[in-house]
Ligand binder design. Structure first.
Ligand SMILES: *Cc1c(COP(=O)(O)O)cnc(C)c1O
Length: 401
Protein backbone atom coordinates (compact mmCIF):
# COMPACT_ATOMS: atom_id res chain seq x y z
CA UNK A 1 0.00 0.00 0.00
CA UNK A 2 1.15 3.46 -0.86
CA UNK A 3 1.67 5.63 2.20
CA UNK A 4 0.52 9.05 1.13
CA UNK A 5 -0.61 12.27 2.74
CA UNK A 6 -2.31 11.16 5.96
CA UNK A 7 0.18 8.87 7.70
CA UNK A 8 3.44 10.76 8.14
CA UNK A 9 3.25 12.14 11.70
CA UNK A 10 6.00 14.71 11.01
CA UNK A 11 3.49 16.29 8.59
CA UNK A 12 0.06 15.42 9.96
CA UNK A 13 0.69 16.40 13.58
CA UNK A 14 1.22 20.00 12.42
CA UNK A 15 -2.18 20.15 10.74
CA UNK A 16 -5.00 21.98 12.43
CA UNK A 17 -7.93 19.89 13.73
CA UNK A 18 -10.26 20.57 10.77
CA UNK A 19 -7.60 19.24 8.40
CA UNK A 20 -6.86 16.22 10.57
CA UNK A 21 -10.57 15.38 10.68
CA UNK A 22 -10.73 15.15 6.88
CA UNK A 23 -7.29 13.77 6.03
CA UNK A 24 -5.56 12.41 9.14
CA UNK A 25 -4.63 8.73 8.81
CA UNK A 26 -5.60 8.47 5.11
CA UNK A 27 -3.55 5.58 3.74
CA UNK A 28 -4.08 5.01 0.03
CA UNK A 29 -3.79 1.74 -1.84
CA UNK A 30 -2.16 1.38 -5.28
CA UNK A 31 -5.46 2.57 -6.82
CA UNK A 32 -5.15 6.06 -5.33
CA UNK A 33 -8.78 6.14 -4.15
CA UNK A 34 -9.92 9.53 -2.74
CA UNK A 35 -12.17 8.06 -0.04
CA UNK A 36 -10.66 5.62 2.47
CA UNK A 37 -10.77 2.00 1.29
CA UNK A 38 -12.82 -0.58 3.17
CA UNK A 39 -10.70 -3.69 3.80
CA UNK A 40 -13.15 -6.43 4.70
CA UNK A 41 -10.57 -9.10 5.38
CA UNK A 42 -9.81 -11.17 8.43
CA UNK A 43 -6.44 -12.44 7.22
CA UNK A 44 -3.47 -11.58 5.00
CA UNK A 45 -1.20 -13.54 2.64
CA UNK A 46 2.57 -13.35 2.34
CA UNK A 47 5.09 -13.60 -0.47
CA UNK A 48 7.16 -16.11 1.48
CA UNK A 49 7.46 -17.82 4.86
CA UNK A 50 10.20 -15.54 6.16
CA UNK A 51 8.03 -12.42 5.70
CA UNK A 52 5.32 -13.72 8.01
CA UNK A 53 7.91 -15.04 10.50
CA UNK A 54 9.48 -11.56 10.64
CA UNK A 55 6.11 -9.92 11.19
CA UNK A 56 5.16 -12.29 13.99
CA UNK A 57 8.56 -11.70 15.58
CA UNK A 58 7.87 -7.96 15.48
CA UNK A 59 10.91 -7.43 13.25
CA UNK A 60 9.01 -6.28 10.15
CA UNK A 61 6.00 -4.04 9.71
CA UNK A 62 2.85 -5.42 8.13
CA UNK A 63 -0.52 -6.95 8.82
CA UNK A 64 -0.93 -10.51 10.12
CA UNK A 65 -4.54 -10.95 11.28
CA UNK A 66 -7.40 -8.51 11.74
CA UNK A 67 -7.61 -9.04 15.50
CA UNK A 68 -4.12 -7.52 15.52
CA UNK A 69 -4.25 -5.03 12.63
CA UNK A 70 -6.53 -4.00 9.76
CA UNK A 71 -5.81 -1.15 7.32
CA UNK A 72 -9.26 0.50 7.58
CA UNK A 73 -9.25 0.26 11.37
CA UNK A 74 -5.68 1.60 11.47
CA UNK A 75 -6.77 4.66 9.47
CA UNK A 76 -9.52 5.36 12.00
CA UNK A 77 -7.12 4.91 14.93
CA UNK A 78 -4.62 7.34 13.47
CA UNK A 79 -7.30 9.95 12.73
CA UNK A 80 -8.82 9.76 16.23
CA UNK A 81 -5.33 10.00 17.82
CA UNK A 82 -4.43 13.08 15.75
CA UNK A 83 -7.71 14.82 16.59
CA UNK A 84 -7.28 13.97 20.28
CA UNK A 85 -3.65 15.09 20.43
CA UNK A 86 -2.82 11.54 21.63
CA UNK A 87 0.25 9.52 20.71
CA UNK A 88 -1.80 6.41 19.96
CA UNK A 89 -5.32 5.00 19.75
CA UNK A 90 -6.92 1.57 19.39
CA UNK A 91 -10.46 1.21 18.05
CA UNK A 92 -12.94 -1.03 19.86
CA UNK A 93 -16.19 -2.84 19.02
CA UNK A 94 -18.36 -0.43 21.03
CA UNK A 95 -18.13 2.22 23.69
CA UNK A 96 -18.58 -0.40 26.39
CA UNK A 97 -15.84 -2.56 24.83
CA UNK A 98 -13.65 0.56 25.05
CA UNK A 99 -14.48 1.26 28.73
CA UNK A 100 -14.11 -2.40 29.76
CA UNK A 101 -10.79 -2.72 27.92
CA UNK A 102 -9.44 0.60 29.25
CA UNK A 103 -10.13 -0.56 32.83
CA UNK A 104 -9.45 -4.30 32.77
CA UNK A 105 -6.17 -3.99 30.86
CA UNK A 106 -4.56 -2.15 33.76
CA UNK A 107 -6.11 -3.41 37.02
CA UNK A 108 -5.49 -6.57 39.02
CA UNK A 109 -7.07 -8.14 42.09
CA UNK A 110 -6.26 -6.00 45.10
CA UNK A 111 -6.34 -2.69 43.20
CA UNK A 112 -8.81 0.11 43.89
CA UNK A 113 -10.69 2.26 41.34
CA UNK A 114 -12.43 5.57 42.08
CA UNK A 115 -15.28 6.38 39.70
CA UNK A 116 -17.79 9.17 39.22
CA UNK A 117 -21.22 8.55 40.70
CA UNK A 118 -23.00 10.14 37.73
CA UNK A 119 -22.28 7.93 34.75
CA UNK A 120 -23.78 5.97 31.88
CA UNK A 121 -25.63 2.94 33.33
CA UNK A 122 -23.22 0.32 31.94
CA UNK A 123 -20.18 2.32 33.08
CA UNK A 124 -21.61 2.21 36.60
CA UNK A 125 -22.22 -1.55 36.17
CA UNK A 126 -18.49 -2.02 35.54
CA UNK A 127 -17.73 -0.25 38.83
CA UNK A 128 -20.58 -1.67 40.90
CA UNK A 129 -20.63 -5.27 39.66
CA UNK A 130 -17.86 -6.37 37.28
CA UNK A 131 -14.68 -5.11 38.97
CA UNK A 132 -15.67 -6.26 42.49
CA UNK A 133 -16.24 -9.79 41.12
CA UNK A 134 -12.52 -9.95 40.34
CA UNK A 135 -11.35 -8.57 43.67
CA UNK A 136 -10.97 -4.98 42.53
CA UNK A 137 -12.35 -2.51 45.06
CA UNK A 138 -14.34 0.48 43.79
CA UNK A 139 -15.59 3.73 45.31
CA UNK A 140 -18.02 6.14 43.65
CA UNK A 141 -17.77 9.85 44.41
CA UNK A 142 -19.77 12.96 43.61
CA UNK A 143 -17.62 13.97 40.63
CA UNK A 144 -18.48 17.67 40.96
CA UNK A 145 -17.14 17.71 44.54
CA UNK A 146 -13.50 18.61 43.89
CA UNK A 147 -12.27 17.39 47.28
CA UNK A 148 -14.06 14.04 47.08
CA UNK A 149 -11.50 12.62 44.63
CA UNK A 150 -8.49 13.08 46.87
CA UNK A 151 -10.45 11.95 49.93
CA UNK A 152 -11.29 8.64 48.21
CA UNK A 153 -7.67 7.73 47.47
CA UNK A 154 -6.27 4.63 49.20
CA UNK A 155 -2.73 3.22 49.02
CA UNK A 156 -3.92 0.76 46.33
CA UNK A 157 -5.83 3.27 44.14
CA UNK A 158 -4.83 2.68 40.54
CA UNK A 159 -7.43 4.47 38.37
CA UNK A 160 -9.81 7.46 38.35
CA UNK A 161 -12.68 6.85 35.90
CA UNK A 162 -15.24 9.51 34.95
CA UNK A 163 -17.30 11.16 32.19
CA UNK A 164 -17.68 14.88 31.67
CA UNK A 165 -20.32 16.02 30.92
CA UNK A 166 -21.92 12.92 32.44
CA UNK A 167 -24.79 10.87 31.06
CA UNK A 168 -27.59 11.86 31.71
CA UNK A 169 -27.29 14.43 34.52
CA UNK A 170 -24.70 16.61 32.73
CA UNK A 171 -22.41 16.79 35.79
CA UNK A 172 -19.18 18.53 34.82
CA UNK A 173 -15.83 17.39 36.26
CA UNK A 174 -12.96 19.85 36.74
CA UNK A 175 -10.52 18.09 34.40
CA UNK A 176 -7.38 20.03 35.31
CA UNK A 177 -7.96 19.62 39.05
CA UNK A 178 -8.87 15.92 39.08
CA UNK A 179 -6.07 15.00 36.64
CA UNK A 180 -3.55 16.88 38.80
CA UNK A 181 -4.66 15.08 41.97
CA UNK A 182 -4.34 11.76 40.11
CA UNK A 183 -0.91 12.57 38.77
CA UNK A 184 0.37 13.58 42.20
CA UNK A 185 -0.59 10.11 43.50
CA UNK A 186 0.57 8.08 40.48
CA UNK A 187 -3.03 7.28 39.53
CA UNK A 188 -4.09 6.82 35.88
CA UNK A 189 -7.08 8.92 34.75
CA UNK A 190 -9.51 7.34 32.29
CA UNK A 191 -11.92 9.92 30.85
CA UNK A 192 -15.04 8.84 28.95
CA UNK A 193 -15.34 11.74 26.48
CA UNK A 194 -18.39 10.49 24.55
CA UNK A 195 -20.61 13.51 25.30
CA UNK A 196 -18.11 16.04 23.94
CA UNK A 197 -15.53 14.33 21.66
CA UNK A 198 -12.24 16.00 20.75
CA UNK A 199 -14.21 18.49 18.64
CA UNK A 200 -15.48 20.16 21.85
CA UNK A 201 -13.09 19.07 24.62
CA UNK A 202 -9.64 17.47 24.71
CA UNK A 203 -9.08 15.97 28.18
CA UNK A 204 -5.38 15.32 27.49
CA UNK A 205 -4.83 19.08 27.22
CA UNK A 206 -5.83 19.14 30.92
CA UNK A 207 -3.58 16.26 31.95
CA UNK A 208 -5.75 13.15 31.33
CA UNK A 209 -3.79 9.94 30.67
CA UNK A 210 -6.37 7.87 28.81
CA UNK A 211 -9.41 9.05 26.83
CA UNK A 212 -12.04 6.45 25.96
CA UNK A 213 -14.96 6.73 23.56
CA UNK A 214 -18.25 5.46 22.44
CA UNK A 215 -17.76 6.33 18.75
CA UNK A 216 -21.37 5.20 18.29
CA UNK A 217 -22.47 8.63 19.44
CA UNK A 218 -21.21 11.93 17.99
CA UNK A 219 -18.33 10.40 16.03
CA UNK A 220 -20.59 8.32 13.78
CA UNK A 221 -23.21 10.99 14.31
CA UNK A 222 -25.81 9.42 12.07
CA UNK A 223 -26.94 6.47 14.15
CA UNK A 224 -25.46 3.71 12.00
CA UNK A 225 -22.84 1.63 13.79
CA UNK A 226 -21.46 0.68 17.19
CA UNK A 227 -17.80 1.52 17.71
CA UNK A 228 -15.40 2.71 20.39
CA UNK A 229 -11.83 3.86 20.92
CA UNK A 230 -9.15 4.18 23.60
CA UNK A 231 -6.40 6.81 23.31
CA UNK A 232 -3.21 7.05 25.37
CA UNK A 233 0.55 7.38 25.22
CA UNK A 234 2.37 5.08 22.79
CA UNK A 235 3.97 3.29 25.72
CA UNK A 236 0.67 2.74 27.55
CA UNK A 237 -1.10 1.52 24.40
CA UNK A 238 1.76 -0.82 23.42
CA UNK A 239 2.56 -2.20 26.83
CA UNK A 240 -0.69 -2.07 28.79
CA UNK A 241 -3.64 -2.00 26.37
CA UNK A 242 -2.40 -4.08 23.45
CA UNK A 243 -1.51 -7.30 25.29
CA UNK A 244 -5.10 -7.30 26.66
CA UNK A 245 -6.79 -6.31 23.39
CA UNK A 246 -4.84 -8.69 21.15
CA UNK A 247 -5.63 -11.68 23.32
CA UNK A 248 -9.24 -10.90 24.22
CA UNK A 249 -10.46 -9.44 20.89
CA UNK A 250 -12.86 -6.54 21.57
CA UNK A 251 -11.93 -5.14 18.15
CA UNK A 252 -13.84 -2.76 15.91
CA UNK A 253 -15.11 -4.29 12.66
CA UNK A 254 -13.57 -2.73 9.50
CA UNK A 255 -16.98 -1.73 8.15
CA UNK A 256 -17.85 0.10 11.37
CA UNK A 257 -14.43 1.76 11.39
CA UNK A 258 -15.02 2.96 7.84
CA UNK A 259 -18.42 4.47 8.73
CA UNK A 260 -16.89 6.31 11.70
CA UNK A 261 -14.01 7.58 9.51
CA UNK A 262 -16.59 9.23 7.25
CA UNK A 263 -18.41 10.58 10.31
CA UNK A 264 -15.26 12.25 11.63
CA UNK A 265 -14.99 14.39 8.49
CA UNK A 266 -18.06 16.36 9.62
CA UNK A 267 -17.77 15.90 13.39
CA UNK A 268 -16.75 19.44 14.29
CA UNK A 269 -19.45 21.04 12.12
CA UNK A 270 -22.14 18.80 13.57
CA UNK A 271 -20.99 19.04 17.18
CA UNK A 272 -20.87 22.83 17.10
CA UNK A 273 -24.21 23.30 15.33
CA UNK A 274 -25.93 20.75 17.57
CA UNK A 275 -24.46 22.54 20.62
CA UNK A 276 -25.90 25.85 19.39
CA UNK A 277 -29.27 24.22 18.78
CA UNK A 278 -29.20 22.68 22.29
CA UNK A 279 -28.53 26.03 23.96
CA UNK A 280 -31.30 27.71 21.96
CA UNK A 281 -33.82 24.96 22.60
CA UNK A 282 -32.89 24.86 26.29
CA UNK A 283 -33.43 28.60 26.65
CA UNK A 284 -36.83 28.33 24.97
CA UNK A 285 -38.21 25.81 27.51
CA UNK A 286 -36.22 26.71 30.65
CA UNK A 287 -39.07 28.74 32.14
CA UNK A 288 -41.44 25.78 31.92
CA UNK A 289 -38.90 23.12 32.93
CA UNK A 290 -37.04 24.82 35.78
CA UNK A 291 -34.70 21.93 36.62
CA UNK A 292 -33.08 22.01 33.17
CA UNK A 293 -29.44 21.00 33.08
CA UNK A 294 -27.11 21.97 30.24
CA UNK A 295 -23.52 23.16 30.78
CA UNK A 296 -24.03 25.83 28.10
CA UNK A 297 -26.70 27.64 30.12
CA UNK A 298 -25.83 30.05 32.96
CA UNK A 299 -28.22 28.09 35.23
CA UNK A 300 -25.84 25.08 35.23
CA UNK A 301 -23.82 25.02 38.49
CA UNK A 302 -20.57 24.56 36.56
CA UNK A 303 -21.30 26.78 33.54
CA UNK A 304 -18.08 28.79 33.95
CA UNK A 305 -15.94 25.68 34.29
CA UNK A 306 -17.61 24.10 31.24
CA UNK A 307 -16.87 27.25 29.22
CA UNK A 308 -13.20 27.03 30.26
CA UNK A 309 -12.67 23.43 29.30
CA UNK A 310 -15.05 23.04 26.33
CA UNK A 311 -15.26 24.98 23.05
CA UNK A 312 -19.02 24.27 22.95
CA UNK A 313 -21.18 22.34 25.37
CA UNK A 314 -22.66 19.52 23.27
CA UNK A 315 -26.05 18.43 21.95
CA UNK A 316 -27.49 16.90 25.10
CA UNK A 317 -29.52 18.30 27.96
CA UNK A 318 -31.79 16.92 30.65
CA UNK A 319 -34.83 18.37 32.39
CA UNK A 320 -37.10 17.24 35.14
CA UNK A 321 -40.85 17.44 34.62
CA UNK A 322 -41.83 16.06 38.02
CA UNK A 323 -43.02 12.49 37.52
CA UNK A 324 -43.01 9.55 35.09
CA UNK A 325 -46.59 10.17 33.94
CA UNK A 326 -45.82 13.69 32.74
CA UNK A 327 -42.51 12.56 31.19
CA UNK A 328 -44.25 9.78 29.22
CA UNK A 329 -47.03 12.19 28.15
CA UNK A 330 -44.42 14.54 26.66
CA UNK A 331 -42.64 11.70 24.84
CA UNK A 332 -45.93 10.37 23.47
CA UNK A 333 -46.95 13.82 22.18
CA UNK A 334 -43.79 14.39 20.09
CA UNK A 335 -44.30 14.69 16.34
CA UNK A 336 -40.80 15.43 15.07
CA UNK A 337 -38.39 14.38 17.82
CA UNK A 338 -38.16 10.59 18.07
CA UNK A 339 -38.43 8.57 21.26
CA UNK A 340 -34.98 6.99 21.25
CA UNK A 341 -32.23 6.33 23.78
CA UNK A 342 -29.36 7.02 21.35
CA UNK A 343 -27.40 10.29 21.45
CA UNK A 344 -25.05 12.21 19.19
CA UNK A 345 -27.30 11.52 16.20
CA UNK A 346 -28.13 14.23 13.62
CA UNK A 347 -31.78 13.56 14.52
CA UNK A 348 -33.30 14.98 17.68
CA UNK A 349 -34.01 12.09 20.06
CA UNK A 350 -35.55 12.03 23.50
CA UNK A 351 -35.72 9.39 26.23
CA UNK A 352 -36.66 8.72 29.83
CA UNK A 353 -33.38 7.51 31.44
CA UNK A 354 -34.95 5.96 34.56
CA UNK A 355 -36.87 3.41 32.43
CA UNK A 356 -34.21 2.95 29.69
CA UNK A 357 -30.49 3.77 29.88
CA UNK A 358 -30.45 3.63 33.70
CA UNK A 359 -33.19 1.00 34.23
CA UNK A 360 -30.59 -1.60 35.25
CA UNK A 361 -29.58 0.33 38.36
CA UNK A 362 -31.26 0.25 41.75
CA UNK A 363 -33.73 3.01 42.61
CA UNK A 364 -31.33 4.07 45.36
CA UNK A 365 -28.40 4.49 42.96
CA UNK A 366 -30.63 6.41 40.54
CA UNK A 367 -31.82 8.73 43.32
CA UNK A 368 -28.25 9.36 44.44
CA UNK A 369 -27.27 10.19 40.86
CA UNK A 370 -30.23 12.47 40.18
CA UNK A 371 -31.90 10.19 37.63
CA UNK A 372 -35.41 10.98 38.86
CA UNK A 373 -38.72 9.59 37.60
CA UNK A 374 -39.47 12.91 35.90
CA UNK A 375 -36.11 13.28 34.14
CA UNK A 376 -36.08 13.48 30.34
CA UNK A 377 -32.90 13.58 28.25
CA UNK A 378 -32.79 15.08 24.78
CA UNK A 379 -30.17 14.85 22.05
CA UNK A 380 -30.68 17.97 19.96
CA UNK A 381 -30.11 17.27 16.27
CA UNK A 382 -29.34 19.16 13.10
CA UNK A 383 -32.93 19.90 12.11
CA UNK A 384 -33.99 23.57 11.90
CA UNK A 385 -34.05 24.60 15.54
CA UNK A 386 -37.39 26.41 15.02
CA UNK A 387 -39.02 23.09 14.11
CA UNK A 388 -37.54 21.38 17.19
CA UNK A 389 -38.71 24.26 19.39
CA UNK A 390 -42.23 24.09 17.98
CA UNK A 391 -42.39 20.33 18.52
CA UNK A 392 -41.21 20.50 22.12
CA UNK A 393 -43.51 23.44 22.81
CA UNK A 394 -46.60 21.55 21.65
CA UNK A 395 -45.52 18.39 23.50
CA UNK A 396 -45.06 20.29 26.79
CA UNK A 397 -48.46 21.91 26.31
CA UNK A 398 -50.06 18.51 25.60
CA UNK A 399 -48.67 17.30 28.94
CA UNK A 400 -50.08 20.35 30.74
CA UNK A 401 -46.84 22.35 31.09
C1 LIG B 1 -23.33 5.33 25.00
C2 LIG B 1 -22.28 5.55 26.00
C3 LIG B 1 -21.38 4.53 26.32
C4 LIG B 1 -21.47 3.16 25.71
O1 LIG B 1 -21.23 3.15 24.32
P1 LIG B 1 -21.76 2.02 23.33
O2 LIG B 1 -21.14 2.39 22.02
O3 LIG B 1 -23.24 2.08 23.34
O4 LIG B 1 -21.26 0.72 23.85
C5 LIG B 1 -20.41 4.80 27.26
N1 LIG B 1 -20.32 6.00 27.86
C6 LIG B 1 -21.17 7.00 27.56
C7 LIG B 1 -21.02 8.31 28.25
C8 LIG B 1 -22.18 6.82 26.64
O5 LIG B 1 -23.03 7.82 26.36
Amino acid sequence: MKKTTGTDRSITSNWRPATQAVRGGTWRSEHGETSEALFLTSGYTYDNAQTVADRFAGEAEGMTYSRLQNPTVAMLEERIALMEGAEACRAQASGMAAMTTALLCQVSAGDHVVGARAAFGSCRWLLDHLLPRFGIETTVVDSADDDAWEAAIRPNTKVFFFETPANPTLDVVDLAHVCEVARAHGITTVVDNAFATSALQRPMDFGADVVAYSATKLMDGQGRVLAGAVCGSQEWIDEVLLPFQRNTGPNCAPFNAWVVLKGLETLSLRAHRQSENAVELGKSIEARAPKLLHPGLPSHPRHELAKRQMSATGPIFAFDVGDRKTAFAILDALRLVDISNNIGDARSLMCHPASTTHAGMTQEARDEMGVTEGLLRINVGLEDVEDIKEDLDQALKAAGL
